[in-house]
Design a protein around this ligand. Structure first.
Ligand code: 6SD
Length: 285
């Protein structure tokens, strides 16, 4: 997969080089290009914004700057050609087997992932977008290319997205019901959520199959050694060696935590028919 980010604050995206994403880059699973929007500005001041039509406070990002930037990023031409793929912060480890895994190699029907439409997805973080969820992350993890457009000020001229729809599948997304000052932090969050789902990025394949949200419930508490710490004991079932009992206890804890923190998720699980009589019994108590 290749991720590109267009921003007026490229340094904000430095964390993409670290830890999980850095390792994916090292292994050749991921390429990341970060592009400074001002490279496409026309004037000596490198201005990227202007006053809004119709009046009102703040500034709107200019279409004549964003348009050519997105054209170059899709084609990796102009300034975008020079914006080298980020190097990871990790020491270089020669890859034994490059783990470049495409949607097809994973045995997925490419058409199922995107209806056969291989145009890159243009992701636009905005409080007015559709909610970004685990399902979104799952869907994007099968893409070859994701391009993120980071707005600042009052956002980007709408015509940029109307026009970009010829070359991109445009998706406006929101992380949640709160207002950030730009799209950069949202991109870091989304990139991490997506990249960790690419096969070969997490060491243990099972580790994300059991995640919170993967089955629509929150995960219960976790414990490690020592068995007693500051007079607090690990629940006895976890040290019993009875795997059946452990699984049932974990399911119960997940149900109870979800009912407490996110009753909406319990309702959704009930509506899908994902709760059996035992589950409903635990919730009823
Ligand atoms: C001006 C932005 C871009 C401003 C945002 C996204 C979410 N969920 N909250 N805030 C946001 C994104 C705000 O550019």
């Amino acid at each position: 997969m290749r991720l590109d980010v267009v921003t007026i604050f490229p340094e904000y995206l430095d964390p993409l080089r670290h830890a999980l994403l850095g390792r994916a880059i090292e292994r050749g699973i991921l390429e990341v290009g970060v592009h400074n929007l001002r490279d496409w500005a026309h004037d000596v001041h490198k201005s990227v914004d202007d006053t809004p039509f119709g009046g009102g406070p703040g500034m709107v990002m200019k279409p004549e700057v964003w348009g050519p930037a997105l054209d170059d990023v899709v084609a990796l031409t102009g300034p975008a050609a020079a914006d080298g793929v980020l190097d990871s912060a990790l020491p270089h480890v020669p890859a034994t087997v490059p783990e470049q895994v495409s949607a097809q190699d994973r045995g997925e029907d490419a058409a199922a992932a995107s209806d056969g439409d291989r145009r890159p997805v243009l992701v636009v973080p905005t409080p007015g977008g559709a909610p970004f969820t685990q399902d979104t992350a799952q869907r994007w993890s099968g893409e070859d290319r994701l391009v993120f457009a980071c707005g600042r000020y009052e956002g980007i001229d709408q015509r940029v997205f109307d026009d970009a729809a010829q070359r991109y599948r445009v998706e406006e997304v929101s992380l949640g019901d709160y207002v950030l000052i730009g799209g950069e932090v949202a991109v870091l969050v989304m990139a991490e959520a997506v990249v960790r789902l690419i096969p070969g990025v997490l060491g243990n394949r099972r580790s994300h199959e059991e995640d919170s949200f993967q089955d629509g419930l929150l995960e219960g508490p976790a414990y490690t050694k020592p068995r007693v710490w500051r007079d607090l004991e690990v629940p006895a079932v976890l040290t019993s060696g009875d795997h059946g009992k452990v699984d049932r206890w974990r399911r119960d804890q997940a149900l109870l935590r979800t009912a407490r923190q996110r009753p909406d998720l319990i309702e959704a699980a009930r509506a899908r028919g994902d709760l059996d009589r035992q589950d409903l019994g635990v919730l009823g108590e």
